[in-house]
Design a protein around this ligand. Structure first.
Ligand SMILES: *[C@@H]1O[C@H](CO)[C@@H](O)[C@H](O)[C@H]1NC(C)=O
Ligand SMILES: *[C@@H]1O[C@H](CO)[C@@H](O)[C@H](O)[C@H]1NC(C)=O
Length: 398
């Protein structure tokens, strides 16, 4: 083969690898293509290492992303410290300026598919600082144990225990937080955990202090139907493919790959779950614009095998969209961000519909040109836009 042919061949292969079909209204498309190439390369590397038996897929990703961590450094406006709440490591951000009045409190839960992420990641550290600066609030950014080492319900329980610790009267007093003005927020898997612990808190007789707001940033809320219009439309878009989301979900429950296989073909719903289908029925829960051009197929139930092995995926603590209506009536004022180009879009929208029907005051911020994870990419204009929407809402409602 001549050198020219080789160069041409490599060029074609390279172009094929970089090629990422994007919707027309995506802002800064080349930036997103570049991000997508980096993500895909990292994932391919992790898959390859897993194939060779060197390392678990998620552990390679976590290792490669550990450079995103920054130490808890105080600055002129914010004192940052690391401590534990009920044995769960947290970062606490406190405004330096003296205040006579009690402050608002924000409890933040990072994303990363229950497998990745940390309160120490620079994006979360920056978001916490900005929340302090904009709201003059105390921010608690919690960690939790991650898969593949730990599975459901460990992630949920860590977050729940950490939150309950924060909600003690004496802890709030120590940090100067007003017990009537505490909000919970999270993105992606953090939005899932935020929604789940907020539901759980309602019936907890030990907790006297209630949350004022919940802010769910493109949350994952259900595992029952992996064939929603948003999964169909965005399955190959950056930064979260359907395949990766299914992997995250299944890793939350188990490292056994049989659950993932069943979820990929949407055949994991057991017969026992038929009564839950109405809670994820996009045909009745999505507004017309999001249903356009799609035909509803209810999840195929049949095999109960996977369900018997991993019952967690129908547990409301993992899938808050499966909660009964009577549970939803007492939820706090809610803010939901969804992105048009995100497999998780319809999870968020269906929750908005259900909460509105339950009489909860909900603000739904739908980002027409948004993609999953945008708030974590502050080199994108859209990352700033979403962050500003979120912080403005929080400032007005908390
Ligand atoms: C501290 O707050 C001031 C006033 O809001 C701001 O101009 C400055 O950039 C902040 N410093 C840091 C390190 O964020
Ligand atoms: C889903 O909703 C549609 C429209 O409201 C309804 O016709 C259908 O029976 C529902 N299916 C399930 C499984 O709940």
């Amino acid at each position: 083969m001549g050198r020219k042919t080789l160069v041409l061949l490599l060029g074609v292969l390279g172009a094929y690898y970089v090629y990422t079909p994007l919707p027309d209204n995506i802002e800064e498309p080349w930036r997103l293509v570049w991000l997508s190439v980096q993500f895909r390369t990292l994932q391919n590397l992790a898959l390859f290492a897993e194939l060779l038996g060197i390392n678990h897929f998620m552990e390679t990703l976590m290792f490669c992303m550990s450079f995103r961590e920054v130490p808890p450094t105080s600055d002129e406006n914010v004192t940052v410290m690391e401590t534990t709440f009920s044995n769960v490591p947290v970062r606490v951000y406190i405004p330096n300026q003296k205040s006579q009045a009690l402050r608002r409190g924000v409890f933040y839960i990072h994303g990363g598919g229950w497998c990745l992420g940390s309160a120490a990641w620079v994006v979360y550290d920056l978001l916490s600082r900005e929340t302090v600066n904009r709201l003059d609030a105390v921010v608690v950014s919690t960690n939790y144990r991650l898969a593949p080492k730990y599975h459901f319900p460990d992630q949920f329980e860590d977050v729940y225990n950490s939150l309950k610790w924060f909600l003690h009267q004496d802890v709030l007093e120590k940090y100067g937080v007003d017990p009537k003005r505490i909000g919970i927020s999270g993105d992606s898997a953090g939005g899932n955990l935020a929604a789940a612990v907020t539901q759980q808190l309602i019936d907890d007789p030990d907790v006297k202090i209630k949350l004022k707001t919940q802010s769910l940033i493109y949350p994952a809320l259900q595992t029952l139907d992996m064939d929603l219009p948003s999964y169909r439309e965005n399955s190959l878009l950056p930064t979260l493919s359907r395949a990766l989301m299914v992997r995250f979900w299944s890793e939350y429950f188990t490292t056994d790959r049989s659950l993932e296989k069943a979820m990929l073909s949407n055949q994991h719903a057991p017969v026992e779950s038929i009564h839950l289908f109405k809670f994820v029925n996009w045909s009745s829960l999505l507004p017309e614009t999001f249903k356009k051009g799609h035909v509803y197929n209810s999840p195929t139930h049949g095999t109960s095998e996977v369900f018997k092995k991993f019952p967690g995926f129908l547990d409301v603590r993992a899938a808050p969209l499966l909660a009964d209506d009577n549970k939803l009536h007492s939820l706090p004022v809610t803010y939901v961000i969804t992105c048009q180009y995100d497999v998780l879009r319809d999870d968020g929208i269906m929750y908005v519909t259900r909460l509105q029907k339950a009489g909860i005051r909900v603000t739904h911020q739908h980002i027409e040109d948004g993609f999953h994870g945008a708030i974590s990419h502050l080199n994108f204009k859209i990352g700033h836009r979403i962050k500003n929407h979120y912080l403005s809402w929080l400032n007005e409602n908390l």
